[in-house]
Design a protein around this ligand. Structure first.
Ligand SMILES: [Zn+2]
Length: 315
């Protein structure tokens, strides 16, 4: 399972709060895409707009329609008014109503944006699926032309809206051909699958080596869930130890996954083990004994008893 890895440069991934913020729609042909900035991949016109903006425009338009209708009614009322006081009364009521309408519209705008977006997605359901499919097709074409980093970037964009294992697998396979670096904009949790997958495990191992901060709850859970299968891999043991090494990064993880630490404490490099040792020291109320504490103390006695770095720190 040794793949030749090539150094690559990846463009940073633009993160958004909601995945649909990545989605664009063509004002001409109503095609959807997550790729491309201005030019529509379907009709080629420079008419792409973020779907969010598209929905907002529709809401604004309907706001203006209501305002115009109110003004029209007011105008008609004024035309039919016989005496001055009627006109004044109408004008006062009209202004009050307009004020009320504007306030209500302003307050309802965020909710209306959401409703409009939902409507848009429901109305164009098949178009949306077709658009994302076409995006995937373009990624495959780019792959066939040999541009792997660009393919990965495209799949990553599509992955922000489409969550399926096939797409995850394609991204992992590509990532495995890259020489990964700490400064790369990498991600892990969106690529996690339900079932055991050796490629994914290898990728997690690599991430645990260069970007420990990306190893979080879901990854620990995945590794523990599939531990027996991971251990059958040639370097499964080492990968489990790397992930255990990531768990000592936070007190919270050490509290959540004592079993993981207990099993792989012996394989931790010194600097990682020291963190675990200090944690156990602080946690244990001197006499309390837990399996993890016992194991850590055993390893300490065997390997680090005379190591000055391990001298007890007050606190
Ligand atoms: Zn178009």
């Amino acid at each position: 399972m040794t793949i030749k890895k090539t150094p690559v440069t990846l463009r940073p991934y633009k993160r958004v709060q909601e995945s649909y913020q990545k989605l664009k729609i063509c004002r001409k042909c109503r095609s959807f895409t997550v790729l491309g900035e201005r030019a529509c991949p379907s009709c080629g016109k420079q008419t792409l707009v973020p779907v969010e903006k598209y929905a907002a425009t529709k809401v604004t338009r309907s706001h203006w329609r209501s305002r115009a209708l109110l003004l029209l009614l007011l105008g008609a009322g004024l035309a039919f008014a016989d005496v001055l006081w009627e006109s004044i009364l109408l004008l006062v009521v009209g202004i009050a109503l307009l004020y009320l309408l504007l306030t209500m519209q302003k307050r309802a705008t965020p909710a209306l944006h959401r409703i409009q977006l939902e409507k848009c997605f429901i109305r164009h359901q098949s178009g949306l699926a077709a658009g994302l499919n076409r995006d995937h097709q373009s990624a495959v074409e780019v792959f066939q032309q040999g541009d792997k980093p660009r393919t990965y970037e495209m799949l990553r964009e599509i992955g922000s809206l489409v969550q399926n294992d096939r797409l995850r697998m394609e991204q992992i396979m590509l990532l495995q051909t890259f020489r990964l670096r700490k400064d790369m904009d990498l991600m892990l949790e969106p690529l996690l699958m339900e079932s055991f997958n050796a490629e994914l495990v290898a990728y997690i191992g690599e991430i645990a080596r260069i970007r420990r901060d990306l190893i979080r709850e879901n990854t620990f859970r995945y590794m523990l869930q599939h531990e027996s299968q991971i251990m059958k891999l040639p370097n499964g043991n080492a990968i489990m130890a790397l992930v255990a090494g990531a768990a000592v990064r936070k007190q919270r993880y050490m509290k959540l996954y004592p079993y993981l630490l207990l099993r792989y404490a012996r394989l931790l490099p010194k600097e990682r083990f020291l963190r675990l040792y200090r944690y156990v020291q602080v946690q244990g109320h001197a006499t309390s004994s837990t399996p993890l504490r016992d194991e850590v103390m055993r390893i300490y006695e065997e390997k680090y008893k005379w190591d000055p770095d391990f001298e007890v720190q007050p606190g």
